[in-house]
Ligand binder design. Structure first.
Ligand code: FAD
Length: 448
């Protein structure tokens, strides 16, 4: 038998694929990675990184206003979208370069082409060339879902949001998950009138109810408009270039831009996985076992394409675990318990562990502690918005099983708090820690 071209061929140079390729190569494997768009994947090119930079940029709208209350003589400042957009895109280019160098520096061959699977050990590249490998890693990520409705082609997704020629005066965002709420905050702060339209009656499914209510309340206070039970019926483009969106249970809305943030679908369509007997679940995600192996023994999958937890650090851990297990002789598995998450809304949310309702269902006896306060900086700035911190404890053991925060810097605070929840600390152990004053985070050790 002819030896294969590579030990490992990774399809997709995003968070999971890049980590797996680099670590496998560092363990001595001969590795290639095929990428159809840009090295870095969603997180670097059109996800976490540019999004967070836009969140920072947008926040200046409030910061500049607040600065006056802190004695700064701030003139009426103009905002220039092309400057922010182009600086963010330049930073994306820089990180794209750094990722590329890391891969090549580890001897990974980068093939900038789309790849499809033609057999258990074989892929075909866009130029028609066939490559073989002992193992194939599917790390192709996911793409934005667009609802089937008349005129859906008029809408954009988060992919295009980073490249807009101008900030629209009015935007309607379909969906109410984290991406919808983050972009709603960005566009609002940058001067757009924002309407969030959701099929169901709530926002941010999966997050603690009180925290979701608080974001809704603050967002409405800031002037964002919400439409619930508003399934899309169609989008029409007028002769003036505006879009009229028809939706169930509401009057039509006329806006300058429509954005879909209605979930993300694994990129398995036309990938040829059926040629190798790789099974998919009902959502089109690759079915894998705890060691990331698909139903074909030579094909593995990590990251969003497996639809476990669609977050960058999870994809990275899965890529690392795969490479260490197979090529490093260090078998390991990802622990999905207590994965912290954030919504970089205005204000942001941080969460780890069980929500109050999950804990009540799973544990029965639950104690909840909360602090509803106006952060010091907001008081002086004359902002009425209040932060809310919630700690959910097992009523029997006193163990902290969930922490949920909304307020300034909540994502920064939750990362540290997540260590405590993961370590299984009790409320008494939080209380035994002396407060660090004056901070917002001190509330976590002062909850009564
Ligand atoms: P990806 O990073 O998507 O990489 C997949 C790669 O495969 C892509 O580069 C794609 O071009 C390539 N590809 C696909 N098909 C093929 C093919 N057939 N041949 C060759 N190449 C192919 N996560 C967080 O943790 N924090 C955040 O704040 C956050 N914000 C986000 C904001 C937005 C707007 C979006 C869209 C996502 C965000 N995410 C965030 C999610 C995060 O980006 C993903 O979970 C993460 O990128 C998944 O990594 P991955 O390796 O599975 O896939």
């Amino acid at each position: 038998m002819m030896p294969h071209d590579y030990d490992l061929l990774v399809i997709g140079a995003g968070s999971g694929g890049t980590r797996a390729a680099r670590v496998a190569a560092a363990h001595g494997a001969k590795v290639a990675v095929a990428e159809e768009y840009r090295v870095g994947g969603t997180c670097v090119i059109r996800g976490c990184v540019p999004k967070k930079l836009l969140v920072y940029g947008a926040h200046f709208a409030e910061d500049l206003k607040d600065a006056r209350r802190f004695g700064w003589n701030v003139p009426d400042c103009g905002f220039d979208w092309p400057t922010l957009r182009d600086n963010v895109l330049a930073e994306v280019d820089r990180i794209n370069g750094a990722y590329t160098e890391t891969l090549t520096g580890h001897g990974v061959e980068i093939i900038l082409q789309r790849a499809t699977v033609t057999g258990p050990n074989r892929v075909r590249l866009a130029d028609g060339a066939e490559k073989t490998a002992d193992r194939i890693l599917i790390a192709v990520g996911a793409h934005p879902a667009v609802p089937e409705c008349e005129g859906h082609e008029h809408g954009i997704t988060s992919n295009e949001a980073f490249h807009l020629p101008a900030i629209p005066k009015r935007i309607l965002i379909a969906g109410a998950g984290y991406i919808a709420n983050e972009f709603a905050g960005i566009f609002h702060q940058l001067g757009a009138h924002v309407i969030i339209a959701n099929r169901t009656q709530d926002i941010l499914r999966g997050y603690d109810l009180q925290i979701r209510d608080r974001l809704l309340q603050i967002s409405m206070m800031k002037g964002l408009e919400f439409r619930f039970d508003a399934a899309f019926q169609g989008i029409e483009k007028g002769i003036d270039g505006c879009f009229t969106v028809r939706m169930a249970n509401h009057e039509p809305a006329t806006v300058d831009l429509v954005m879909f943030a209605t979930g993300r679908v694994p990129n398995t369509r036309s990938l040829g996985l059926e040629n190798a007997g790789v099974e998919l679940d009902a959502k089109g995600a690759v079915k894998v076992d705890a060691d990331n192996c698909s139903t074909c023994p030579s094909i593995y999958a990590v990251g969003d394409v497996t639809n476990r937890i669609q977050l960058t650090p999870v994809a990275i851990r899965e890529g690392q675990a795969f490479a260490d297990t197979i090529y490093g002789g260090k078998p390991c598995r990802v622990d999905y318990d207590c994965v912290p998450s954030s919504v970089f809304s205005h204000p942001p949310i941080g969460a780890v562990g069980m929500t109050e309702s999950e804990a009540r269902q799973k544990l029965g006896s639950v104690k909840v502690y909360s602090s509803d306060f106006r952060p010091m900086k907001n008081v002086l700035a004359g902002r009425t918005e209040r932060a809310l911190y919630k700690m959910v404890c097992d009523g029997e053991t006193d163990r902290v099983v969930g922490i949920h925060l909304i307020g300034p810097d909540a994502p920064e605070i939750i990362q540290a708090a997540a260590i405590c929840v993961k370590a299984g600390l009790t409320k008494a152990q939080f209380d035994a820690t002396v407060a660090l004053h004056p901070t917002m985070a001190e509330e976590l050790v002062l909850l009564r």
